[in-house]
Design a protein around this ligand. Structure first.
Ligand SMILES: Cc1ncc(COP(=O)(O)O)c(C=O)c1O
Length: 463
């Protein structure tokens, strides 16, 4: 039972940190390498940024730049703003935040709920453009008396907060067994501070950076070149330049993940692990799971940061229409009988049939030698009846003379025939009253789906 929350806290800020580490069991799709999620969404403000909100305000107070009644200004993707607003609410500071218009409306409403002033700026402007959200925040801080810019992208209090908290927590929670730490970089504070601490305890810990496709950080790490990025939809991670708080010397490798894979993994984490998280967590876990499969090592200990709470993205990642409109979710293709045919075991024989004149004995040995339990009876390409092993066996035991007689003398009714585009659900419905369904187009039969095949496909689809 966690020791946390046993004693009362003086205020919400004391509840920041010591977030749980939870094993991921299903999204790893059977990988033997254990993968854990660091639940930063369980911080009171709902994100990893809670750790730096208070730290940056206390650093400004210590420097004497933030005085009672002062104003905190920052350019934020939302989460840092919330963390600052939470600390400012306790300490009585005013907050002004600038935010790119790509961020979800939930995040804007959330900041305003904490009493902050929020100014929306265009996303698609160059980093040095006066309308860029960081440039705009700088200008507002300069023009506002008693204001300080939190300046998270260059503030040493940012990575220091993670070196003092996230790193030590992970070391203790993993009992020093952590081998791989996966995080993305917005400011780089999380990956730099946590990585620094973990490497100070064990230099062999691999610090793995994950970048959204379109950001320049990953390509820069891998090629040394400053590539021209392109807009992407994952929020909070990636950048169009290397921030001051990102120390790439701490990082061992950097991979890139697409918006689509990130959002699909965030939905899987929610639906399969019950962890309701945002797209940046999906992005990081996607990379961690790929690494886990590659390592295939039960002794490894992989940790991925689950940066923030999924509620911020209900109108996006968790909205099927939005996902489809953006091409991240293809309408689940209707499964057809062809899928059922293709899902049959590769050892299953193709379509075996008998002719009306086929002797019962031969039909039985055909079924036995191919391991099937029924045969459609076909005349001129059309199914005119069917025989089943169990039925034939029973009849032969009653009348052994049947072995020499043609199957048409004992056959049951024909199996239904459906076209190859028929809905799999329709076939499952037919199999409730028929032992098998034949697949045929243009008068030629080309396959058979039995109850055995359908149940097999059903169990496989349920995992
Ligand atoms: C949702 C989300 N994920 C990840 C991060 C990245 O954290 P850091 O700035 O420490 O690199 C942020 C930062 O804003 C974020 O909002």
């Amino acid at each position: 039972m966690s020791q946390r929350h046993r004693a009362p806290y003086d205020d919400v800020l004391q509840m920041v940190g010591w977030t749980p580490l939870v094993r991921l069991n299903r999204v790893t799709d059977g990988a033997r390498t254990p993968v854990y999620g660091k639940c930063e969404f369980m911080n009171p403000g709902g994100s990893v940024k809670d750790r730096i909100g208070l730290a940056m305000i206390e650093a400004a107070e210590a420097e004497g730049t933030l005085k009672p009644g002062g104003t905190v200004v920052e350019g934020t993707s939302g989460n840092t703003g919330l963390a600052l607003a939470m600390a400012a609410a306790i300490k009585g500071y005013r907050c002004i935040f600038t935010m790119p218009d790509k961020m979800s409306s939930e995040k804007v409403k959330l900041l305003r709920a904490f009493g902050a002033e929020v100014i929306i700026t265009p996303t698609a402007v160059p980093p040095d453009h006066p309308e860029n959200y960081v440039m705009k925040a700088k200008a507002i801080a300069k023009a506002t008396p008693g204001a300080v810019l939190a300046n998270q992208f260059y503030n040493p209090a940012n990575p220091a907060a993670h070196e003092a908290s996230t790193g030590p927590e992970l070391w203790e929670q993993s009992q020093g067994r952590i081998t791989h730490f996966f995080a993305g970089a917005g400011t780089g504070g999380t990956i730099t501070g946590t990585g620094r601490y973990l490497k100070s305890r064990n230099p062999d810990v691999k610090v793995c950076g994950v970048d959204p496709e379109g950001s320049m950080i990953g390509p820069f790490f891998n090629t040394g070149e400053e590539v021209e990025g392109h807009p992407y939809k994952v929020e909070g991670l990636g950048n169009d330049k290397i921030p001051g708080t990102l120390d790439l010397d701490i990082v061992d490798e950097y991979v890139t993940v697409s918006d689509g894979d990130s959002f699909r993994m965030a939905r899987r984490l929610t639906r399969e692990e019950g962890l309701f998280v945002g797209g940046s967590a999906g992005l990081i876990v996607e990379a961690a799971v790929r690494k886990a499969r590659e390592l295939d090592d039960p002794e490894a200990f992989v940790v991925a940061v689950l940066c923030d709470w999924g509620e911020h993205y209900l109108t996006k990642v968790f909205d099927d229409d939005w996902m489809r409109e953006n091409g991240f979710l293809t309408r689940a293709r209707r499964r057809t009988v062809t899928d059922l045919l293709e899902a049959r075991s590769p050892h299953a024989p193709a379509l075996l049939t008998a002719e009306p004149s086929t002797p019962v004995q031969m039909a039985l040995s055909t079924m036995t030698s191919h391991g099937v339990s029924q045969l459609p009876v076909v005349r001129d390409g059309a199914c005119v009846g069917a025989v089943r092993e169990s039925g034939l066996m029973r009849a032969v035991l009653e009348d052994p003379g049947l072995l020499e007689r043609p199957v048409e003398s004992v056959m049951e009714g024909p199996y239904p025939v459906v076209g190859s585009g028929t809905d799999a659900e329709e076939v499952t419905r037919l199999l409730r009253t028929n032992a098998a369904v034949l697949v045929g187009d243009a008068g030629s039969l080309r396959g058979i789906v039995t109850r055995y095949d359908a149940v097999g496909a059903l169990t496989r689809s349920r995992g």
